[in-house]
Every structure is written in C-alpha cells, then in structure tokens.
Design a binder for this molecule. Sequence first.
Ligand SMILES: NC(=O)c1ccc[n+]([C@@H]2O[C@H](COP(=O)([O-])OP(=O)(O)OC[C@H]3O[C@@H](n4cnc5c(N)ncnc54)[C@H](O)[C@@H]3O)[C@@H](O)[C@H]2O)c1
Length: 262
Amino acid sequence: MRVLVTGSAGSIGTTVTAGLQEAGHDVRGFDLLAHDDSSCSLGVLVGDCTDPDVVARAVDGTDAVVHLAGRPNEGPLAEELTSHVLTTATLLDAMVAAGVGRFVYASSNHAVGMTERADLLRTDVCGRPDTFYGVAKVAAEGLLSLYADRHPITAVSMRIGSFLDRPTSRRNLATWLSPGDCVRMVEAATGSKTVTGHTVVYGISANTGAWWDLEPGRAIGYHPVDDAAAYADEISAGPDDEAEAARVGGPLAGPAFTRPSR
Ligand SMILES: NC(=O)c1ccc[n+]([C@@H]2O[C@H](COP(=O)([O-])OP(=O)(O)OC[C@H]3O[C@@H](n4cnc5c(N)ncnc54)[C@H](O)[C@@H]3O)[C@@H](O)[C@H]2O)c1
C-alpha cells in the first residue's frame, strides 16, 4: 500500500514509518518538523496538517492515511481542537476529494479517561474525557464517524494506552503498547478488509494485566504479542498506584491533575 503517515518525525511516527516499510509498504512522511527525507520511500513533506493546500499534496496518490500528528498532551482548549479536530477534518476533506478510502487515527485512552475501572472496558462506552486533550480526541472520533457515514471512507480509531519502549509504572502493566505491537496494530488497521464504517480499538499490547477489550482489535487482524508482565519485576510500587488504577485515564483522571485554564 501507499500510506501517508502524518507526525512522521514523532516518537510513534518514527516507529510506524520504519515498521510499515519493513512490512513492504511505501510511506510518505508529513510533519511540521523537517526530518530525513530518505526515511520514507515516498519522501517527506514539511507542513501543517491544518493547511488544505499542502494536505491535498500529501494525500494525493495514497491508499490510506495514518494520522499521528498532534500534541500528545494537555493544553489550552483551542490548541487541542486545532491540533486534533481541525487537522483530522482537513485530512478527511482532502481524502474525499482524492478518493482515498482508509483513515487510521491515533486516538487516546483519554477520550474515555474518566471511565471507572471495570472487569472489561468495551469500545462502545460513551466518550468520557478527562482533559481538553481527551475532549479533542472524542471530537476527532466523532468526525471519523461522520465521514464514514457520509463518504466512502472507513476509519479506525486506535485508543492508544502508553506507547513506550518498556513499561515503567504499575499502570503501564495494563496500558503498555510496545513499539512492535504498535506497528502490528497500524498495519492491521491500514490494510484490514473487515473494517466497516468507523471502528474503535484499544491500542495496548497483550498485557496480562490489561482490562481494556482487545477483541475489536483482533477482529480487524491486530494480534499483539508483547506482554508488560515480562517487566513486572523491574517496576516498583508507587504512591499513586491505587488512584491511577481507578479510572482509564490514570494520572490525568485523578484529583491531583490540574487542567490549564481554557
Ligand atoms: N505516545 C503515547 O503514548 C500516545 C498515547 C495516546 C495517543 N497518542 C497520540 O499519538 C499521536 C502521536 O503521539 P507521539 O507520542 O508520537 O507524539 P510526538 O509529539 O512525539 O509526535 C507528534 C508529531 O506530530 C507533529 N505535529 C504536531 N502537530 C502537527 C501539525 N499540525 N501538522 C503536522 N505535524 C504536526 C510534531 O511535529 C511531532 O513530530 C498523537 O496524536 C497523540 O495524541 C500518543
């Protein structure tokens, strides 16, 4: 496939562009930051995902868009909406115009971050954000639902847990997404023939301590292989473990987290 990866200079983007190409796909990178043009077989475009002109060029001739560009943490509401909602809308409009049919989105567990711990967190729970960041992820998922209902686009929202080389906290024993599994998930979401409409999956590894439903991911061909439990002996208990385990969003959903002013 020919895949546009936005946010290709970022931590997930660097891993995903390399992994997709190792799996035989062609990748065009796209980021605000200039980075090595030779890292992507279809080259790298430098620009802003809110700019319709450069986005039209970026999307042209691709089979799928993997949207990873965006600030990965909490900020003022207007910045969050621009970073996640406006970028997504701009890419979707360009896809409609160019006839590109698959959108893969780096959503976040913070879209449902205030949801209390359950035996199994399903993907059909209502949006329950813990931050402005989470609000923007809910809204971006809403856009994907809208465009999948109104246009010949299928979309996968990956509610990513904690993308890290290795788990570093007790919470990560449930939420860890390894680099290898991240690539496996993006590849499945990009090429799966079983995706219909807008599909939500949880972006975590096959963690023994997980309580987020992995079945919707498996249904589109995402079969994680790593398990944070392999690192459990290296992780010491922290003072906030209990509070972090109480809700999906962990520290961002806890009382100690202070939001920036709007
Ligand atoms: N890292 C995680 O554990 C995690 C968890 C959940 C969701 N996510 C989501 O995954 C995505 C990638 O996260 P990351 O950790 O790789 O972040 P990152 O900050 O390392 O990378 C993001 C990249 O996007 C680029 N970018 C930002 N805004 C842009 C724009 N308007 N146009 C073009 N490029 C832009 C940045 O320059 C950067 O290179 C984000 O949407 C984030 O919310 C990450």
